[in-house]
Design a protein around this ligand. Structure first.
Ligand code: PEP
Ligand code: MG
Length: 877
């Protein structure tokens, strides 16, 4: 029989699927003998059952009661007891942490009777009534979806009526009145009284946590983070401990290392006389954790020793939520902590130095996404004006955008925006996703804004308490800014600037460019070390998509070991367009040959430059691919020009001829038309000219003492006969160029048919390179040029895609074609080289897929080369 409830003493940290992350970690801490309040976890199985049937599993309530009795025995208090009541917290906890997404209800077990018992027993009437009003508020919001603002309004009234500024100044009698007001609000919204039956409070709370799994903001977060929707959440029920019992009590969040930089030391925030939600919501400003050493030296020492033990146990940075109740320390949560990308690299390298993890493990602690974020630009400090103010640097990066004051405006904006809020809450998630950066006036590094922004890799400055935000105006030290005004925020320093501050390249990019040494810089040194190890273990090579010498040179500095795609059509633009026009307009062989002869030396010079930049490494040159009419003026423009000339009685001359050619070549669907190999077969001499230029350039490089390694690649092949025909022509040309090295001829696999008949195609190809842009387009039937604006955003919203298939390879569909082609191609030609040169080659998740599919290399834009190298190493680990 399935069990639905586990006591904390029964679980361990590896049971995250069943107990969720929080439950598994509470169990682990309990097993380690750390001071965790007694409690139990309701499993994700129970949640899935509930979501499936709409009802709690039949056995659940009896199990909950059984485990509740165990808590009562352990703690010596009874749930619902009129004299000394046990109070409970109920918290969600899914397998993957979803900050701010799910729900917490505290102080369950208070009602009109037990509140008096709590007051008597603690001799603290104020505390008891404050706890009761918190319960009604959280219960109303979580279980009955009541808007929090209703309660906030009552609270503000109570403060005004009492003539005080903060909640802490309200007296017991005033809080009792507030409870009455809250009950009325509760009744008017729900049509029922606030439940006095404590067991009912508990069950309703557990079910509410189950339901919150499907709340819209939770779904959005999961889609963004690619967390599966069918995992469900566990629910943790724990005896309450109180951080709001006076100056001897408090609550805090701690990190075993700095989650922003990775530096060793003690980091965190502490708030005296408060409950955990006050810290995370950033509602009141906290003190730094080190100040706890003066406030409560013994609890501080105990906390430090626990933090050390947790790091040893988890072998990683941990974050911790704790509460001190009357001088006694309680651990409420721990987990392997989120960190900035820079901290991830620094900590991984530190842990290797400390002998805690191996280099292989260190590679798994960082990701290509994180490296990509470190390659973003930052502000040019020399060009920055005087900052308007400085807040807490919560998530690094440089963001410039127009001010928006609410999430909806951020989500609707067309240009870059900065979301400016007093504080954020989970309802702001869509706006946070849409914004370039987030600026808040309240809250520390552990506030909702900070935690969520860091998770997304988004720039965030929080707690800028000089900001005054009223409706749609922001004032900073007397200066007013409005919605739409541009500001710049620096998530690494916390500085906020008016206007757009110029940005400059990241130091990581400058390091890869060879402009900075890693020596003496912990981040660069960590990156260097992990990149060396990644290259050492990787079996997947990384080439670059580069069309020019300078691009290839940069790619090489970034660690590319070849050019996987040179798109030769890029060499036909600019001044050379007229030469291409001449080729298209040629009426006979002589005219065509003349046009090709004019292009030949230009192409040869291009290739020489490219081969020189990649000397000693393979350069895969793809013969011209796009439809030729792309090199002619657009139809509408020409038609207008010719019509104008005719109306004026002038001779439109060349335009008339061009117009005729454009009309002749016009295609309703050019991406599926005369392009790639089809073009090579239809325009005599075009491919031959390119092959000749490649061979002559290689011969010239050899004569100059170089070591060129060109390859010829034929695009858009769908039938082996296409390839055989072009190949025969190319081989004849290659044989005719004296001094040319052996040059391999291969093909792109970008038409689904080519993937399916890869066995035949391999008979005429020495290598394959997957053009996954076209392969995705043609497999899905999505136009790669139109879909992003047309309907992808809706598809992403609906969760039909977690991510665009043009960004991350669709492993099930397009990926299956890749696997088929690799298998059939290699079966026909053992040793066939197989790579990929579509955009997916630089996407971290896709790199892993290509490694698993057995490819020899990925090719991506130069800037993405380090990211792909790191991911190739991780995939091999
Ligand atoms: C591809 O289709 O994936 C490819 C690399 O070719 P292009 O993007 O030039 O069509
Ligand atoms: Mg293509």
């Amino acid at each position: 029989m399935t069990r639905y409830v586990y006591d904390f003493v029964e679980g361990n940290k590896d049971l995250k699927d069943l107990l969720g992350g929080k439950g598994a970690n509470l169990a682990e801490m309990t097993r380690m003998g750390l001071p965790v309040p007694p409690g139990f976890t309701v499993t994700t199985d129970a949640c899935r059952d509930y979501l499936h049937t709409g009802e709690a599993p039949a056995a659940l309530l009896a199990e909950v009661e059984h485990h509740l009795r165990m808590i009562q025995n352990q703690i010596g208090k009874t749930f619902g007891d009129a004299d000394d009541p046990l109070l409970l917290s109920v918290r969600s906890g899914a397998k993957f942490s979803m900050p701010g997404m799910m729900e917490t209800i505290l102080d369950i077990g208070l009602n009109d009777v037990t509140v008096a018992g709590l007051a008597r027993h603690t001799s603290d009437e104020r505390f008891a009534w404050d706890s009761y009003r918190r319960l009604i508020q959280m219960f109303g919001r979580t279980v009955f979806d009541m808007p929090g603002s209703e309660f906030e309004t009552e609270l503000a009234h109570a403060r005004d009526a009492a003539g005080v500024r903060t909640d802490a100044e309200l007296t017991a009698a005033q809080l009792r009145e507030l409870v009455n007001a809250y009950k009325k609000v509760f009744h008017s919204h729900t049509g029922r009284d606030f439940p006095q039956a404590v067991h009912e409070q508990l069950y309703l709370s557990i079910m509410a946590v189950f339901r919150s799994w499907n709340a819209e903001r939770a779904q959005i977060y999961r889609r963004k983070e690619r967390i599966p929707h069918d995992l469900g959440t566990a629910v943790n029920v724990m005896a309450m401990v109180f951080g709001n019992r006076g100056e001897n009590s408090g609550t805090g969040v701690a990190f075993t290392r700095d989650p922003a930089t990775g530096r060793r030391g003690v980091y965190g925030d502490y708030l005296r006389n408060a409950q955990g939600e006050d810290v995370v919501a950033g509602i009141r400003n906290t003190v730094s954790l080190s100040e706890l050493s003066a406030i409560d030296p013994s609890a501080y020492r105990q906390l430090l020793s626990i933090m050390e033990r947790l790091e040893q146990r988890y072998r990683d940075l941990c974050d911790i939520e704790f509460t001190i109740e009357n001088g006694k320390l309680w651990m409420l949560q721990t987990r392997v902590g989120k960190r900035t990308p820079a901290a991830a690299f620094v900590i991984a390298a530190q842990l290797v130095d400390e002998g805690t993890i191996t280099l292989d493990e260190a590679l798994q602690r960082v990701s290509g996404e994180q490296l990509a974020q470190l390659m973003f630009p930052s502000f040019d400090q020399d060009a920055a004006p005087q900052p308007l103010t400085t807040g807490v640097p919560a998530s690094p990066g440089a963001a410039v955008g127009a001010i928006v004051f609410d999430s909806a405006a951020a989500a609707a904006a067309t240009g870059p925006v900065i979301l400016v809020r007093r504080e954020t809450n989970p309802d702001d998630l869509p706006g946070m996703i849409a914004a370039q950066g987030i600026l808040t006036s309240r809250g520390g590094k552990t506030s909702h804004a900070a935690v969520v922004a860091r998770g997304m890799g988004k720039t965030c400055v929080c707690g800028a308490d000089e900001l005054r935000i009223e409706d749609d105006e922001l004032t900073i030290n007397g200066r007013a800014l409005h919605a739409g005004d541009t500001i710049s925020i620096d998530g690494s320093t916390g500085r906020v600037y008016a206007g757009a501050v110029p940005v400059h390249p990241s130091k990581v990019v400058r390091y890869f460019e060879g402009e900075l040494s890693a020596y003496g810089d912990p981040l660069l040194a960590a990156i260097e070390r992990l990149m060396i190890h990644a290259d050492h273990v990787a079996t997947l090579g990384v080439h670059a998509n580069a069309d020019t010498g300078p691009d290839a040179t940069r790619a090489r500095r970034f660690g590319a070991t070849g050019v996987g795609l040179c798109r030769t059509e890029h060499m036909f633009l600019g001044d050379r367009r007229v030469l291409v026009e001449r080729l298209i307009l040629a009426e006979d062989d002589a005219g065509r040959e003349e046009a090709l002869a004019a292009l030949l030396p230009l192409q040869r010079a291009d290739f020489e430059e490219l081969f020189a930049a990649m000397d000693g490494l393979p350069v895969t040159v793809r013969l011209i691919d796009p439809p030729l009419h792309e090199f002619l003026p657009p139809l509408e423009e020409l038609t207008a020009r010719v019509a104008r000339a005719e109306a004026l009685g002038e001779d439109a001359g060349r335009d008339t001829v061009l117009l005729a050619a454009v009309r002749r070549m016009h295609e309703a669907n050019p991406m599926l038309g005369l392009r790639g190999v089809r073009l090579g077969l239809v325009i005599p001499g075009l491919f031959a000219m390119q092959v000749q230029a490649i061979a002559e350039a290689a011969a010239a490089r050899i004569a100059a003492g170089g070591d060129p390694q060109p390859e010829v690649m034929i695009p858009l092949v769908g039938a082996v006969q296409e390839l055989e025909t072009v190949r025969a022509e190319a081989e004849a040309v290659l044989a005719s160029v004296p001094g040319a090295p052996p040059i391999r001829i291969g093909t792109m696999i970008e038409v689904p048919r080519a993937a399916l008949i890869a066995g035949q195609i391999a008979g005429a190809a020495e290598f394959f390179s997957f053009g996954t842009n076209d392969l995705t387009q043609m497999t899905w039937g999505f136009s790669r040029d139109d879909v992003e604006g047309a309907f992808f955003s809706r598809y992403l919203e609906l969760g039909i895609f977690g991510v665009s298939p043009f960004e991350t390879i669709d492993a099930d569909g397009v990926g299956e074609l890749v696997r088929i082609a690799v298998t059939r191609g290699r079966a026909a030609r053992p040793g066939l080289t197989v790579g990929v040169c579509g955009e997916h080659g630089g996407d971290p998740a896709s790199v892993r897929f290509f490694h698993d599919a057995g490819l020899d290399y990925v090719s991506c834009s130069p800037f993405r080369v380090p990211i792909a190298r790191l991911e190739a190493g991780r995939a091999a680990g």
